[in-house]
Design a binder for this molecule. Structure first.
Ligand SMILES: [Fe+2]
Length: 154
């Protein structure tokens, strides 16, 4: 296991932390695949999952930021788009026969340390305050409904 998920990576917003943990799962899966003979197949699966996951997670995260009235949403959305483009370009290169495992690992680790901890960390206080102000119970229904809307599988 390359990275052990723990409190150091949590923003204190349970539904978001559960989604972010998936990035660590993908990192560990890629690390496990690195010296396997059929790595290319596994890497393809991770890339396809990532395309699906990022689309679902980003739209959920952005819906939550919007609901909380977070002011930097446009800028944050732009960062999500850039990451999505990067994943899609790695997928295309993989499909053309390139080995992109190391590059993908570096991208995901950089995303965990820079985007999740810093850029997502920047909205965490405001979103947590919002959740506390309206009450977890009242937000619960919205969260469940929005997760269902954005995620095909959770
Ligand atoms: Fe984000």
């Amino acid at each position: 296991m390359r990275i052990l998920w723990g409190p150091a990576y949590e923003l204190g917003i349970l539904v978001i932390d559960q989604q972010h943990k998936r990035i660590v799962d993908y990192i560990n899966e890629l690390d496990r695949l690195a010296d396997q003979p059929d790595a290319q197949l596994g890497v393809a699966r991770v890339l396809y999952d990532l395309v699906d996951y990022t689309e679902s997670h980003f739209s959920f995260e952005e819906a939550l930021m919007e609901r909380a009235g977070y002011g930097e949403l446009d800028d944050h959305h732009h960062k999500h788009r850039q990451f999505t483009f990067h994943i899609e370009s790695l997928l295309r290169r993989h499909e053309q026969g390139d080995t992109v495992t190391d590059e993908l690992l570096r991208l995901l680790e950089g995303w965990l340390l820079h985007h999740i901890l810093e850029e997502d960390g920047a909205y965490a206080d405001e979103v947590r305050d919002f959740i506390n102000s309206i009450g977890r119970e009242r937000l619960g229904g919205w969260v469940n409904e929005t997760v269902r809307k954005h995620f095909r599988v959770m």
